[in-house]
Design a protein around this ligand. Sequence first.
Ligand code: PLI
Length: 474
Amino acid sequence: MSDRSWAEPYKIKMVEPLRMTSRAEREQAIAEAGYNTFLLKSEDVYIDLLTDSGTNAMSDRQWAGMMLGDEAYAGSRNFYHLEQVCREYYGFKHVVPTHQGRGAEHMLSQLCINPGDSVPGNMYFTTTKLHQELAGGRFVDVIIDEAHDPDSEYPFKGNVDPNKLRALIAEVGAERVAYLSLETNVNMAGGQPCSLANIREVCTLCHEHGIKVFLDATRAIENAWFIKQREAEYGDRSVADILREMCSHADGATISAKKDGLVNIGGLLLLNEDELAERARNMVVVYEGLHTYGGLAGRDMEAMAIGITESAQDDHIRARVGQVEYLAERLLAADIPIVRPTGGHGVFINAAKFLPHIPREQFPAQALTAALYVDSGVRAMERGAVSSGRDIETGENVYPSLELIRLTIPRRVYTQAHMDVTAESIIALHENREQIVGLRFTYEPEQLRFFQARFEPAEGTRIFRAKAKQAAGV
Ligand code: PLI
């Protein structure tokens, strides 16, 4: 490897000015938002690392493609372009567009899960698991143990543990396993990839038992990049090639195109089996729109087709993951506890370790997102107990082993200087971490509570202890 610097394979043609705010304004904004970064107004945010979902910058080619939108109700030419691109890059036979990823998850869950079925998966994703449960399924985590250890350096922490999968099949019987839900570049584990060897092995295992495998290929292209970097036999293969091989082992995929796909809206359900695809097309007209637009405008489908093509280029993905790694290296150099190895779409901070004085019942990750926003206007997302919700049987809070905040990097949006400002803020917070206080609920929605929950400081009225105490070194 060369030790020369590299930079992004694009230059900036248009900018979006940001509003700069004072610390006092941010203190007021976060209090009004109930200490939930989802409830902040985006104009009050300086660097928005809430999510990489739908926040990507489109290229000039994508914007030009938007002008070629064929807004026919049926048979839009942009659908056929999207279909051809999906077949080329993902390799599945049938392409059903949806308004976003959860539209595809909803349909797959309703089509393939019978009440009482188990649905094994490599760590849960919030919307995926909810749709599986709404269809009557029971999610069973079969990810390897290393995924739950933020300090493990294992290179493929997204892998499924074949023994956990075998044990589940033995326990409930293959006919009560709806399918294996196999997420690529596992989001909640910190953007951690699966190896191709593991994908091959667990798909074979499932197929031997007559169980289908559906990928969540939302960040499969980022996963393919890690396979190229870390799995010896794939070092010389292109990312596009590896992506096709990953998909070749599965029976279909759900995709939120708002991530890898470099668009602001859109999703996909990709399938091989004719009969299942026909049922999906019948269902999409009920919930999303005709099967040739699935809730999207023609222009959205054109932007998606071009975005997928751009995203699967090695130079693009090297720069995308490289920027995430740059931020991680800055934090590691200052001994900030982050999930290792660095993931594909963001840097995940171990909030339980960052704020050991805040008990889990006072949601240290939620508190850290609020403190970071007040310090520098950087918006991050809680990925810990608040996101986990409550146990559907006992109603108790679930405390996952990972209590994280996610600094998610939108694609092609921020510069290296933005990453520096973010790192400096986190390092400063770490130096004064005892001053950050925990939070308690003032409002808790029943489902996907993290989106709209409201909190208040568990002591005092602010997320930081009072200045007088700071001066006294308390
Ligand atoms: O937000 P949607 O409905 O387009 O996609 C849902 C979804 C499915 N799978 C995975 C792995 C996701 O990460 C995902 C959405 N993720 C969001 C919104 C995120 O901020 O990570």
